[in-house]
Design a protein around this ligand. Structure first.
Ligand code: HEM
Ligand code: HEM
Length: 175
């Protein structure tokens, strides 16, 4: 089934969830590599795709939030804590790359998507508040997002081990 139901998440939700999970795993690799050694050749090689994959997660995230709003009355029921947790994940999965994009606009660096699409071109004008916002918040909120994702995975595994709660994991796997 393409749409969600009260028993399980439908194909589109599962597609967004797992495709973006791969994207976030990549982002995690890039920032951990940078954290360990900013100058290593490996870090440079993977961080070269940080912004590219990050921007992909931004537009996928926008589509996913629109889909979640459309499906809100069809979805399996979760408790308040899970709903609040998911809401924080939705807010940060948009805010973190959006703030980075604003910093790129403010820095007047230009942005070429996958080396092909010139999405932003340098105009010769820097916008200071966008750079300050990005420098202050992008990395910090990014780490917060990863901390929430780790908590989210922990609770998903916990549910799968509690008898009677296994559906929580099954419904996003599609069983
Ligand atoms: C969901 C998507 C994203 C996540 C989770 C994310 C996460 C992070 C994190 C945690 C850091 C800090 C790394 C450190 O402390 O060394 C960082 C740095 C950085 N990110 Fe992202 N990022 C995302 C998207 C983007 C996008 C779309 C761009 C560019 C348009 C970008 C550009 C950068 C740059 C240039 C840095 C290094 C400077 C800094 O620490 O702020 N990121 N990112
Ligand atoms: C191994 C990795 C992951 C596992 C095992 C996992 C597990 C789950 C489970 C079991 C649910 C259903 C929860 C419920 O219905 O109450 C769910 C939903 C959700 N997960 Fe994950 N998750 C993973 C990675 C991620 C990542 C990286 C994100 C990124 C922010 C994320 C964001 C969400 C969101 C927002 C929902 C609500 C439904 C949706 O829009 O997809 N998950 N996840």
């Amino acid at each position: 089934m393409v749409s969600d139901s009260s028993i399980r998440y439908g194909f589109i939700t599962r597609f967004f969830h797992w495709l973006m999970a791969i994207g976030f795993a990549w982002m995690f690799l890039t920032v951990v590599a940078r954290f360990i050694n900013e100058d290593a050749a490996f870090t440079k090689a993977v961080f070269a795709y940080h912004a590219q994959v990050g921007f992909t997660l931004l537009w996928l995230g926008v589509l996913r939030v629109i889909w979640a709003v459309l499906q809100r009355s069809n979805r399996p029921k979760s408790d308040l804590a899970a709903n609040l947790g998911h809401a924080c994940l939705y807010v940060l999965m948009i805010a973190v790359p959006l703030i980075a994009l604003l910093r790129t606009i403010g820095s007047d660096r230009g942005f070429t998507y996958w080396g092909v699409w010139s999405i932003l071109q340098p105009t010769g004008e820097k916008i200071e508040w966008m750079r300050t916002l990005g420098n202050t918040l992008h990395g910090n909120l990014g780490w917060l997002l990863f901390a929430l994702i780790i908590g989210h995975i922990f609770f998903a595994i916990k549910h799968s081990l509690v008898p009677g709660d296994e559906r929580v994991l099954s419904r996003i796997i599609g069983k």
